[in-house]
Design a protein. Structure first.
Lengths: 327, 244, 304
C-alpha cells in the first residue's frame, strides 16, 4: 500500500514536470502559433544549467557550484529562455517554418554539445548526484515522495497562474489579436515579430524550468534523456489535451505520461528482452500515427479551443511579412 | 435565346458563413460585350472569380452553353472555353514572355501550340519583339497585354477580365479597350469588370450594375448611360463609388 | 591532406544534394518544410536492401560484383524497384495525410507538424521491421584507388559522384525545358494563376512527390552503398538537407545541389580539422549563417 502510494506520488511528480514543459509549449504554440521542434534541446538546457549550478564540486568537471536548488531552477529557465530568444530573433521575421527548422537544428547541436563537451556536461554519462528537494527526508520514502509532489504541484500552479495572468493581460490580448487577425493588429501599430519573440522566449523559460525541475527529481541526467522522442511526447501532450488551453496542457501531460508509462510496462512484461527495443519503436509509431490522426480528425484536441489550428480566413492565412504573396 | 453564360441565384464567398454574393442572376449572350459595374465592395471581383472557379459557391448555378460548370475546378473551366484574366498577378513574373505563352498553350494539342504562340506574337507585336524578357520586367500595359494574350491563346469562347484598366495610364487604357473591342468583334464573348462607369459603358453593349452582392440594374449601355438615377448614383465620380 | 576531404565531401554532398532537391521542390510547390523527407531516403534504402536481398537469394549470379564496384546487378535492379515503391509511399502519405490537410485548408504549420509526426512513425516503423542495427548491401570490402597524389577514392564513390551529376542535369532540364517542368514552376510561383492557365495543380503535386521521393530513394541507396543503412539515416541527414535547400534558395534545383556539395565539403573539412564528433553541427552553423546573412539563399528569388 505504502509503495503504491509513493509510486503514485512519484508518477504524478514526473507527469507534472511534463505539465510545466507543456505549459511552456502552450504559450509558444497554443497562444502564439510558433512551432518548436527542439523542445528536447530546451528542456536539456534547463536541466543541465540547473545541474551544473547546484551539484557539489566534482573533480574533472567544470561547474559544480553547489548553489541552492531555486537558483538552479531560475538559471535553467533563463538559459533556455535566452536560447529561444536567440533562435526566435534569427527566424521569426522569416517564413513561419524556418523557426521549426532552426529549433530542430538547435536540438541536434545541443545533443552534440551534451555528448562532446565532457568537461562541462559529463559527456555520455551525464551528471549525477543532482540535489533533490527535501533530501533530508529521503529515508522516509512516503513523506519524501509527497513533499516532492507538493513542490511540483506548487510549481505547476505557479506557472499556471503566471501564464494565465500573462494571457489575460493587455500583452496577451495583443498576442491573441495577432493570432486572430494579424492585419488588424498591425494596423494598431503592434509589431508582430517582437510580441512573438517575447512569447517564444517566455515559453522557452517555462520549458527550461520544467526541465530543471525534472532533473532534480530524477537525480541524474544524461544526453539520452533528451532525444527527439521527448519533443514528440510533449507535443502529443499538448495536442491531445487541446492546444490553446492550459488546463488541457496539464491534463494532456498526465494522460500521455500515464499511457506512456503503462504501455512501457506492458512492453517490458509482454515482450522478451531482445524484442523490447523493437516493441518500443512500435510504441512511437503508434504515437506518431495518433498525432497525425488528431490533426486530421480532431484538430482542436480533446479539450479544446485552438485558435491556431482553425481554418484561417483569407486575410490571416496570407502570412505576415509578405512571405507567401499568393495563396 | 443564345445565352452562352448563365448565372442563377448565385451566392458565394470565401468563408462558409459569409456570402459576398447574395443571389446574383446574370445572362450573357454569345458574342455580347457586357460590362460589370458597381461600387467598391459590391462583389464584382468576387462574381467573376466565382465564375472562374476561384471562390467557393454557397448556392445557385453557373452554366456555360447550358452545361453546369459550378462544380468544376478552375483548370477545367478553361478547357470548357472560359478564360479569366485576374486583376493583379495575372502573369508569371519569374518566367519569360515566351514561357508564359508556352505554359498557356500546354492544354492545346501539340501540333497547334507553336502556331497559336506565333499568332499571339503577331497580334501583340510588343511581346514578339522580346520573347526572352522576364515578364516581371514588363510595364503595366505590357503585362495586361501578355495576360490577355495568355488567355486568348486557347481560343476561348468567353473571355472574362477583372479591371484590366486598373493602374494604367489613360493612353494605355484606350489601347487595352481597343484590343478588347477587336477581340469581341472577332466573335469572342467578353465580360469585363470596370471601375470607371463611363468608360465601361462606352465600349460594352450592355451594363450590369452590382450593389451589395446583387444585380441592381441590367440594361443596354445606352439606356444606363441615360438613366438619371444611375447617372446620379454611379456617374457622379469615384467619391461615391467608394461609399460602401 | 587537402584533397581527401574534398573527395569525401563531394561524395557525401552529392547524396545531400539529391535529398535537398526533394526538400526544395516540396517546399516551393507544397509550401511547407517537410520533416518526413529524410525518411524517404531511409525507406528508399531499406526497400532497395530488401529487393536486392530477394534478388540475390533467387538468382545468386546477380549478387556477384559488377566490374570494380562492390555490388552486383541486384542493386541497380533493386534501385529501380525502390524508386517506384518509394514514390508510391510518398503518394500514399500525401493521400492519407497531407492531401487531406490541404483540402481542409490547414495552415502551413499544421502541415509541418503532420510531417513531423509522419517522420516519427515512418522512422520507427523501419526500426520495428529491420531493428536498429546497421545493414549493408554487400559484405565486399572495396579498396580505394589512388586517383591523384594524395587523393584516393573507391569506384563506388566515383559512381555516386557521376550519378549525382547526371541526375541533377536531368532534373534541371526537366524543370526548364519540359511542359511538366514549366507547370511545376508555374504552381510554385502562383498556384491560383496556374489553375487559371489550365494546369491541374493536383497532378503537379503528384509529380513533385514522385520526383522528390525518387531522388531521395537514389540518395538513400547511394548512402547505403557508401556507408551503411540505418533507420536513423534519414533523421541524421534531415538537417543537412534543410541547410542545403535553404542555402541553395528554395525552389532552385541547381542551388540545392551546389549547396548540398558545399554542406558535404564543410562536413568533411570539419571532420578533418575539428573532429568527427562535431560533424552534425556543421549544417546548423551554415543554416544560422544563411538565415542571418542571406535568408533567400544563393539562388533564391526574394521569397518565392
Amino acid at each position: 500500500m505504502i509503495e503504491i502510494l509513493s509510486y503514485g506520488a512519484f508518477f504524478l511528480t514526473m507527469a507534472l514536470t511534463y505539465a510545466v514543459i507543456a505549459l511552456g509549449l502552450n504559450l509558444q504554440w497554443g497562444q502564439t502559433g510558433l512551432f518548436n521542434v527542439g523542445i528536447a534541446g530546451f528542456v536539456a538546457v534547463g536541466a543541465y544549467v540547473s545541474a551544473i549550478l547546484t551539484t557539489p564540486f566534482s573533480d574533472g568537471r567544470l561547474g559544480g557550484f553547489d548553489l541552492p536548488i531555486v537558483v538552479g531552477w531560475i538559471g535553467g529557465g533563463l538559459g533556455a529562455g535566452f536560447l529561444c530568444l536567440l533562435l526566435g530573433a534569427l527566424t521569426l521575421r522569416l517564413r513561419s517554418d524556418y523557426l521549426a527548422i532552426a529549433t530542430f537544428g538547435a536540438a541536434v547541436v545541443i545533443q552534440l554539445a551534451l555528448l562532446n563537451l565532457e568537461a562541462l556536461t559529463g559527456g555520455p554519462f551525464g551528471i549525477s548526484f543532482i540535489p533533490r528537494p527535501f533530501a533530508d527526508l529521503s529515508d522516509r520514502a512516503n513523506l519524501f515522495a509527497f513533499a516532492n509532489l507538493a513542490v511540483m504541484v506548487v510549481l505547476v500552479l505557479a506557472c499556471y497562474a503566471a501564464l494565465q495572468h500573462l494571457v489575460r493581460s493587455p500583452w496577451g490580448r495583443v498576442l491573441r489579436a495577432l493570432r486572430e487577425d494579424e492585419t488588424a493588429a498591425r494596423a494598431l501599430g503592434k509589431n508582430p515579430v517582437s510580441y512573438r519573440l517575447q512569447a517564444f522566449a517566455i515559453g522557452g523559460c517555462v520549458m527550461g524550468l520544467g526541465g530543471a525541475a525534472q532533473g532534480h527529481f530524477i537525480g541524474f541526467i544524461a544526453p539520452e534523456n533528451y532525444l527527439p522522442t521527448l519533443t514528440f511526447q510533449v507535443w502529443a501532450m499538448l495536442i491531445i489535451g487541446g492546444s490553446g488551453n492550459m488546463r488541457g496542457a496539464v491534463l494532456g501531460a498526465v494522460l500521455v505520461w500515464a499511457i506512456w508509462a503503462l504501455s512501457g510496462s506492458v512492453v517490458s512484461s509482454v515482450f522478451p528482452a531482445d524484442q523490447q527495443a523493437r516493441a518500443a519503436s512500435l510504441q512511437i509509431v503508434l504515437i506518431g500515427v495518433s498525432l497525425c490522426a488528431v490533426l486530421l480528425l480532431r484538430p482542436r484536441g480533446i479539450l479544446g479551443e485552438a485558435g491556431t489550428l482553425r481554418r484561417q480566413p483569407k486575410a490571416t492565412s496570407t502570412p505576415s511579412e509578405g512571405q507567401n504573396t499568393h495563396d | 435565346m443564345s445565352d452562352i453564360l448563365r448565372v442563377r441565384a448565385l451566392s458565394a464567398g470565401y468563408q462558409p458563413d459569409m456570402s459576398i454574393l447574395k443571389g446574383v442572376d446574370l445572362k450573357v449572350d454569345a458574342g455580347e460585350f457586357v460590362v460589370l459595374l458597381g461600387p467598391n465592395g459590391a462583389g464584382k471581383s468576387t462574381l467573376v472569380k466565382t465564375i472562374a472557379g476561384l471562390v467557393p459557391i454557397h448556392g445557385g448555378s453557373v452554366k456555360l452553353r447550358g452545361e453546369e460548370i459550378s462544380d468544376l475546378p478552375a483548370h477545367l473551366r478553361l478547357r470548357h472555353g472560359l478564360a479569366f484574366v485576374p486583376q493583379t498577378e495575372n502573369i508569371f513574373a519569374q518566367m519569360t514572355i515566351r514561357e508564359n505563352l508556352q505554359l498557356a498553350a500546354q492544354i492545346l494539342p501539340k501540333a497547334t501550340r507553336a502556331g497559336r504562340i506565333a499568332a499571339m506574337m503577331d497580334t501583340f507585336p510588343d511581346l514578339a519583339s522580346r520573347p526572352g524578357t522576364r515578364a516581371g520586367a514588363l510595364s503595366g500595359g505590357q503585362r495586361q497585354m501578355l495576360a490577355v494574350a495568355r488567355a486568348l491563346i486557347v481560343e476561348p469562347e468567353v473571355l472574362i477580365l477583372d479591371e484590366p484598366s486598373a493602374g494604367l495610364s489613360p493612353l494605355m487604357v484606350a489601347d487595352v479597350f481597343a484590343r478588347l473591342k477587336a477581340i469581341n468583334a472577332s466573335g469572342i464573348t467578353v465580360l469585363l469588370v470596370e471601375q470607371n462607369v463611363r468608360a465601361g459603358l462606352s465600349i460594352a453593349s450592355r451594363g450590369v450594375i452590382l450593389v451589395e452582392g446583387r444585380v441592381a440594374h441590367d440594361a443596354p449601355s445606352a439606356d444606363l448611360a441615360d438613366d438619371p438615377v444611375v447617372a446620379q448614383l454611379y456617374l457622379g465620380g469615384r467619391a461615391q463609388e467608394g461609399a460602401q | 591532406m587537402m584533397l581527401q576531404p574534398i573527395m569525401d565531401g563531394l561524395v557525401n554532398g552529392a547524396i545531400i544534394g539529391l535529398g535537398a532537391i526533394g526538400v526544395t521542390l516540396t517546399y516551393a510547390i507544397l509550401r511547407f518544410a517537410n520533416f518526413a523527407h529524410g525518411e524517404m531516403l531511409s525507406w528508399g534504402a531499406y526497400i532497395a536492401l530488401t529487393l536486392s536481398g530477394l534478388l540475390g537469394a533467387l538468382l545468386p549470379a546477380l549478387a556477384t560484383p559488377i566490374g570494380p564496384f562492390s555490388f552486383g546487378w541486384s542493386v541497380p535492379i533493386a534501385l529501380v524497384g525502390s524508386v517506384v515503391l518509394t514514390s508510391v509511399l510518398a503518394l500514399a502519405v500525401d493521400w492519407l495525410l497531407f492531401g487531406r490537410l490541404r483540402a481542409s485548408g490547414a495552415v502551413t504549420i499544421i502541415l509541418v507538424m503532420a510531417s513531423f509526426g509522419a517522420a516519427l512513425a515512418l522512422r520507427n516503423l523501419l526500426e520495428f521491421i529491420y531493428t536498429s542495427s546497421p545493414a549493408y548491401f554487400t559484405n565486399a570490402l572495396q579498396i580505394s584507388k589512388q586517383i591523384l597524389p594524395g587523393l584516393r577514392a573507391t569506384p563506388d564513390q566515383l559512381l555516386v559522384l557521376g550519378l549525382g551529376a547526371v541526375l541533377v542535369v536531368l532534373v534541371h532540364l526537366l524543370l526548364t525545358r519540359s511542359a511538366s517542368g514549366r507547370s511545376m514552376r508555374a504552381v510554385s510561383e502562383d498556384p491560383q494563376l496556374a489553375a487559371l492557365v489550365g494546369i491541374d495543380t493536383r497532378a503537379v503535386i503528384r509529380m513533385v512527390w514522385i520526383l522528390g521521393a525518387a531522388l531521395a530513394a537514389v540518395g538513400g541507396i547511394m548512402s547505403g552503398v557508401i556507408v551503411q543503412i540505418r533507420p536513423t539515416m534519414g533523421l541524421d541527414l534531415l538537417l543537412p538537407l534543410f541547410a542545403a535547400a535553404i542555402l541553395g534558395g528554395i525552389g532552385s534545383v541547381p542551388g540545392a545541389m551546389l549547396a548540398g556539395l558545399f554542406v558535404g565539403l564543410a562536413e568533411a573539412f570539419t571532420v578533418q580539422f575539428i573532429g568527427a564528433e562535431w560533424r552534425a553541427a556543421v549544417s546548423f552553423v551554415i543554416l544560422v549563417a544563411v538565415l542571418l546573412l542571406r535568408p533567400q539563399g544563393i539562388f533564391g528569388k526574394a521569397m518565392a
